[in-house]
Design a protein around this ligand. Sequence first.
Ligand code: NAD
Length: 515
Amino acid sequence: MPMAFKNEPITDFSKPANVRKQKEALSRIRPKLGKTYPLIIGGKKIRTTDTIVSLNPANTAETVARFAKADTHLAERALEAALKAFERWKHVPAKERASFLFTAARIMRRRRFEINAWMIKEVGKNYTEADADTAEAIDFLEFYGREMLRLSGPQPLTPVAGERNQLTYIPLGVGLVIPPWNFPFAIMAGMTTASLVAGNTVLLKPSSDSPMMAYLLMEILEEAGLPAGVVNFIPGPGSSVGDYLVGHPKIRFIAFTGSMEVGLHINELAAKRAAGQIWIKRVIAEMGGKDAIIVDDDCDLEAAVKGTIVSAFGYQGQKCSACSRVIVHAAVYRRFLDRLLEEAGKLVVGSPEENAPMGPVINERSKQTIMSYIDIAVREGGNIVHGGGPADGPGWFVQPTIITDVKPRDTIAQEEIFGPVLAVIKAKNFDEALAIANDTIYGLTGSVYSKNREHLERARRDFHVGNLYFNRKCTGALVGGHPFGGFNMSGTDSKAGGRDYLLLFTQAKLVSEKL
Ligand code: NAD
């Protein structure tokens, strides 16, 4: 049995030696930039004439890598390879499957600064954000490996006289894994390895904004000795390859993390029975958020300011858990806002390679969307009190933006923006703050800063989010300690990094033998 799970420590970049190691890793990958990588289907590397280009969002003149691009024919080939591999993989004992995850986690530890370096280049994370993402991937592997060992052990059943009964968790089949770009290593590796450790085989369709991070996982799994065909790597457009596979009769489940719009589309398409399909597809969808922090009148205001800044602007607000609404009790509104603006003034936007606190947003479209939300906010009566425009630089930079006078039903208080834009909403009292916090279609994360025990207990009961935090930021869930996933339009109520998660990738079989 492996040792009890514990979270992988985050690298301390206040130590110059660690900064140096990260810079060296960035230098080491520089000569490799711009290379073209193949699809991987049944262990075979396949090149295509058409490619997906992954650019550095902080320096759009720099190509991080190019990737072969799957079409529906190649997707079909990948599916056949995964179906074939499933026939063997499903019989591999759970212990052996788990050991691949433990080995891969060891390889990730060894390659940690290199993985961070690619992430810094490909999605514009600063050192700590990138390192936390890599650490979370390691956590997922270590956690799901142990979870599979637990689930493969004897399961408790009520004894029935004269019978020997046994319940086992068996795999589902071929799964389609569709990750987002914003936790390009952790979420991608988490969904992929949860699928495979449960005995399924996988088609991994990475986000076109972060295919390199998925290619690194493929390299790591290969080095760990995972048999060919268990995970197949097929970058390609969501609209063609994605729809083709989601609607395919041989796909058994889809593990998706991304926007509500795409998640709902996948859910709808997967619900239709295709000709020849003999199961109901399972959809695990983790979607967007419109997360709020409530600042109560008696709270530690300094902690609330710092927690709001980190939650709203960490990784440029591009986290599903990011604080996009801060709902402030009228009694402390002015004091809170003044301090918030002071702290926001310290945020520097710059190159992730130089470890600037804030870097670029992911792509041009995202930058335009963020700008248009800022325009809408102003049209609806919002007041830009900080930022509000693009920031200088050779990439897709946006200033951290704070908008006051936002009404609870304004567009920027309701729709996910996915960028560094914080709406400040004033509430008369705690009851009103809680009602505003709950008044969206989402339910992912939330925080309450308060010293009032009665208010905290009310929030425990009534603040309807999957991950609720008291007197701390609303980002930074830890595998094992904070199983993660939201309610309502934030997804299918799953909890990544929790004890229920692997059950979503299995089905339970009961065998009852008459003695
Ligand atoms: P997105 O929905 O644009 O894309 C997600 C993935 O879906 C990508 O791999 C994309 O290529 C793919 N895709 C697009 N169209 C498809 C189709 N028709 N069929 C199949 N696949 C298709 O989201 P994104 O921009 O990559 O990520 C940001 C979103 O993810 C935000 O909404 C964020 O809140 C959400 N998110 C949620 C969680 C969570 O745990 N709830 C975690 C991270 C991100």
